[in-house]
Every structure is written in structure tokens, then in C-alpha cells.
Design a protein around this ligand. Structure first.
Ligand code: PEP
Length: 239
């Protein structure tokens, strides 16, 4: 069985009811194929719950505020996560950085706060198109900036390299580019490193075969459970 880590980011998709159906079908499918590696699932905040699954499905929050509780309208904190025993959080996603305006300083503050509370943190980094076009050294510098204030040796950190130009666009980075960029990132941290950006059943095996790729973070192609199970079956076939 492959030791690859797969993670699914629902973003603003699925309801509580459809998430329950999804988790039920995923659990049954994983059991049927004997898939025993962990799968991280990030449903929207309204669909968080403590699911009782036979397979190793780990539910995480797509975002949370660095507080136990308080006056932070629209946010959720530790108290809301604790109700469902959630101890995994996704931080630094490009949509939060670029659409919602999260600064590196704020992302790093969240990171430290959840690190102090022993959370598993899936931390996203990745360059926009203009930086990629400026060349490898510009990409390296950009990624170094996204690691500012981040304890990259934290034992419960999982990194995800997600080039912004490949997210939700259908444009996947080539295996050579993923390999080269992962090598750069691995010089900065020895934690597991996922690739994310238009991963789908048709390309997941090729991406997971890239040296230095420890798994994938999947958006769009994870939203249908049949597609997710198809990717898991490909991981299982991987040696
Ligand atoms: C993501 O947003 O984390 C992501 C990888 O999205 P997609 O798979 O849709 O590119």
C-alpha cells in the first residue's frame, strides 16, 4: 500500500447532508478496496462533524481564527472545532491569501497559534503566474516569503505546493516542474510535501510518481465521491 497522503478541499461546495452522504460513500469505498492510508477531508465549516468511520478519514477545517472563542464575526475558533474533535486545519490557501486578503503575517500568526495547540496543519504555498514567468529564482524567493514566520520543522506540518496558476484552471504543472519545485521546497523543510493544482483521475498516478511528491491536495476533482474513489484506486495501484 502506498504511503501517499491524499487530501480533499471542498471549498464552498457541499452541504452538511451531502457531506454526510459523501463520507459514507467514501468510507464504504475505501473499506471495499482495502485503502488504509489516511485521507484528509476539508468540508465547509457548516458540514464539520465527528464522523464515525471504519476507514482513516480525517476531517479538517478549511480555515479557523486563532482564538478559543470571542467576537470575530463570521469566524470559527477552537471551541467550535473542539465540539467535533477537529484537530486539523488548512492554512495559507491561495484563495484565502488572494481573494480574502490574508497577509503572511496573519497566516503565520494562525499557524503558530494552532501549532501551540498541537493541530495537524496542511500549509499551502505556491506562486502566481507572473512569478513563475519570472523564473525559478523568483519562485524560490516567493516561497521563502510564504514560509516566513512558519516553523517548518513542526512535526505535524504537511506542506502543499500549489501553483496558483494551476488551481481550478485545468492547467497542471508538468512532472518536471513539480519535481524541480519540490526539490527547492525540500531544501527548506523535510516535512511531507503534497502537490495541488488540477489533480484528477487522469493525472494523479503520473503526479504521485514524481520524485519528492508525497501526495496530493485536490479541489475540483474531489467533489464527486466517485472521482475521489477513482483517484484512491490509482494510488493503491501505485508502488
Ligand atoms: C485547491 O484549491 O487546493 C486545488 C488544488 O484545487 P483544484 O484541484 O481544483 O485545482
Amino acid at each position: 500500500m502506498s504511503e501517499k497522503i491524499l487530501a480533499a478541499n471542498f471549498k464552498t461546495n457541499h452541504t452538511r447532508a451531502s457531506t454526510r452522504d459523501y463520507v459514507g460513500a467514501l468510507d464504504a469505498g475505501m473499506e471495499k478496496m482495502g485503502y488504509d492510508a489516511p485521507v484528509y477531508l476539508f468540508p465547509p465549516a457548516t458540514a464539520l462533524e465527528s464522523f464515525d468511520t471504519r476507514s482513516d478519514i480525517r476531517i479538517g477545517a478549511q480555515n479557523a481564527y486563532p482564538t478559543v472563542k470571542g467576537s470575530f464575526t463570521g469566524e470559527i475558533g477552537l471551541e467550535q472545532l473542539g465540539e467535533f474533535d477537529i484537530d486539523t486545519v488548512l492554512l495559507g490557501h491561495s484563495e484565502r491569501r488572494h481573494i480574502l486578503g490574508e497577509t503572511q503575517e496573519f497566516v503565520a500568526q494562525k499557524y503558530s497559534w494552532f501549532q501551540e495547540r498541537d493541530f495537524t496543519i496542511v500549509y499551502c504555498i505556491g506562486e502566481p503566474l507572473e512569478v513563475r514567468e519570472a523564473g525559478d529564482e523568483a519562485v524560490r524567493r516567493y516561497i521563502v516569503e510564504q514560509l516566513e514566520g512558519i516553523d517548518t520543522s513542526y512535526g505535524k506540518l504537511i506542506l502543499a505546493y500549489e501553483p496558483v496558476w494551476a488551481i481550478g484552471t485545468g492547467k497542471t504543472a508538468t512532472p518536471d516542474l513539480i519535481e524541480a519545485t519540490h526539490a527547492t521546497i525540500k531544501n527548506l523543510s523535510d516535512r511531507p510535501l503534497l502537490y495541488g493544482g488540477s489533480v484528477k483521475p487522469a493525472n494523479i498516478a503520473e503526479i504521485l510518481a514524481v520524485p519528492g511528491c508525497d501526495g496530493t491536495l485536490i479541489g475540483t476533482a474531489s467533489w464527486e465521491v466517485e472521482s475521489m474513489l477513482s483517484m484512491l484506486s490509482k494510488v493503491k495501484g501505485e508502488k
